[in-house]
Design a protein around this ligand. Structure first.
Ligand code: MSP
Length: 516
């Protein structure tokens, strides 16, 4: 059985989760559900990144003791998972003892292998993004990541990143799909070609972190601490044997583009230094704007995924996020766009197709279709089925390349040609003419394609897919067993509408923004 280990980034607990965080988590969940449907052994994890100066400062600003503050915000991220219908297997907090142990052990290995030395760092520190930058890297007095910077000098431990340029370049050459999509790979390559500098991996200016083993004045740099979470989740360091860690060998980190460098350069270098193989893949997605602008508390345009789920259901949010953003590109999250996609596809196209198919069978065929004799088929059926199959095969390629939007485009196409097939075959006329066996052949053909389509929709809209399969009387577990075919006799249950139309005439009536 093929295995895969899918990880979300672990989220900073300085503020409530917003739709940007929901996006990454949902993308991972769609992959996890898809892989399970392909009979793969899936491990899927998420969590929160709780150390560092930014968190310490946020707790101070909130007037709450840091541990309590992290407990509260971490809980919001944890609670978001069932709200979004996420099927993660584990959730890690970097303040947990199991993780602290892993970070200490990992540090000791880097030290033991000669990759850590004590020095002094002086540079511009971007607190929001927890990263140092040199004078030349600043853009208009800010860090290249957009955060305010402050000049800082501190004694610190360094990691000999500068020695990894060649090894990393060779690694990317040997693993051409290590970083997806291609534009992110190019950015990483040019970053390395500019020459890697040693990396400051400890801090002495604050206390909120994992203490450096044998030198407790220092805390471990939050990014080194955070990245190790992916190993902690696999049981590192106790009895850890990477050769037996099938999940690690098939690990995929899905991250936002702004943290691709940490995952695709620093992390493989840390791992190589510790004697562990790099992850299998880093997939970097684009960035959401909100109503055309960068999301920010001060603009007041931070959109709340919990409110979307309560108002419209998690399936609709999942669909919009996966459909709207082309893979790797940036996109704009708008309430109006959300409602348009919901109504146009989930209600009028997919929902309508399922409902009209099932209602017709229920009302005009006594709720039953049976496998027709081959003589009942017409060439148009085979053309329709072939077109569906070829679109679904392409859709599989898309999702396996993390192109969720293209995947859903194909499913939209299958929906539309299915509606066209009904309109061409006109089963109501076949009934009127008393041609019941041909009508059965049309309905059986149609139901089988709608069934396949629903299974392909299931990773994205699992609640609706379950309801539709249930109405077809083919529960999900059986759907996996029967794969592409439906049973030879299907007696459907009472059809019900799964997606309700949203009235988008007055957007101001929907409260979708984060208030605090
Ligand atoms: N704590 C680090 C990650 C450590 S992983 C070892 C971090 N956390 S974060 O809270 O800032 O969240 C990062 C992730 O949230 C991004 O990589 C991205 O996946 C997602 N997003 C946050 N804002 C986003 C948008 N506006 N648009 C899309 N995704 C965004 O970085």
């Amino acid at each position: 059985m093929r295995s895969i280990y899918i990880t979300t980034p672990i989220y900073y607990v300085n503020a409530k989760p917003h739709i940007g965080h929901a996006y990454t988590t949902i993308a991972c969940d769609v992959c996890a559900r898809y892989c399970r449907s392909q009979h793969m052994d899936v491990k899927f994890t998420s969590g929160t990144d709780e150390h560092g100066k930014k968190i310490e400062q946020s707790a101070q600003a909130a007037g709450i003791e840091t541990q309590l503050f992290t407990d509260q915000v971490s809980q919001l991220f944890r609670d978001l998972l069932p709200t979004l219908n996420i099927t993660n297997d584990d959730f890690i907090r970097t303040t947990e003892p199991r993780h602290k142990k892993a970070v200490e052990y990992f540090w000791e290995r880097l030290k033991e292998h000669g990759y850590i030395y004590l020095g002094e760092y002086s540079g511009w520190y971007d607190v929001r993004n927890e990263a140092y930058f040199s004078e030349e890297e600043l853009v208009d007095g800010k860090s290249p990541l957009g955060g305010d910077v402050q000049r800082m000098t501190e004694p610190c431990y360094f990691f000999r990143l500068s020695t990894f340029g060649r090894q990393l370049t060779e690694f990317y050459e040997d693993h051409p799909d290590f970083i997806l999509p291609i534009q992110r790979k190019n950015e990483v390559l040019s970053f390395i070609q500019q020459g890697l500098k040693d990396l400051a991996i400890s801090r002495t200016t604050f206390k909120w972190g994992v203490k450096v083993p044998k030198d407790p004045e220092h805390v471990v740099y939050v990014w080194l601490d955070a990245l190790v979470n992916y190993l902690t989740l696999n049981g590192y360091p106790e009895n850890y044997d990477q050769n037996n860690d099938i999940f690690w060998q098939n690990s995929v980190h899905i991250v936002g583009k702004e943290i691709a460098r940490f995952h695709a350069v620093y992390w493989p270098a840390f791992l190589m230094a510790a004697g562990i193989q790099p992850p299998k893949q880093v997939v970097a997605h684009g960035w959401w704007l909100s109503e055309g602008e960068k999301m920010s508390k001060s603009v007041g345009n931070v959109q709340d995924p919990v409110k979307y789920c309560k108002l419209f259901g998690s399936d609709s949010l999942r669909f919009y996020l996966m459909r709207e953003l082309p893979f790797g590109a940036d996109g704009n999250f708008s309430l109006e766009g959300f409602i348009n996609r919901h109504n146009a596809f989930l209600v009028n196209a997919f929902g309508n197709l399922c409902h009209r198919t099932l209602s017709f069978i229920k009302n005009q065929a006594d709720g039953v279709v049976t496998k027709p004799l081959s003589s009942e088929y017409k060439p148009d059926d085979a053309i329709y089925v072939d077109t569906v199959n070829s679109a679904l095969t392409k859709a599989k390629d898309d999702i396996e390349q993390y192109s969720f939007s293209k995947y859903l485009e194909k499913l939209e196409y299958v929906t539309s040609i299915s509606n066209q097939y009904i309109d061409r075959q006109k089963p109501w006329l076949l009934l009127k003419d008393g041609n019941v066996s041909r009508m059965n052949a049309v309905l059986f053909t149609l139901l089988e394609q709608v069934y396949k389509l629903t299974k392909y929709m299931a990773p994205v809209t699992p609640i609706a897919a379950d309801k539709i399969l249930e109405q077809m009387n083919i529960p999900h577990t059986m759907a996996i067993l029967h794969r592409e075919r439906i049973p030879e006799r299907v007696e459907i249950k009472d059809p019900e509408i799964v997606f309700e139309k949203i009235d988008g005439s007055d957007l101001s009536k929907f409260d979708v923004y984060t208030n605090d």
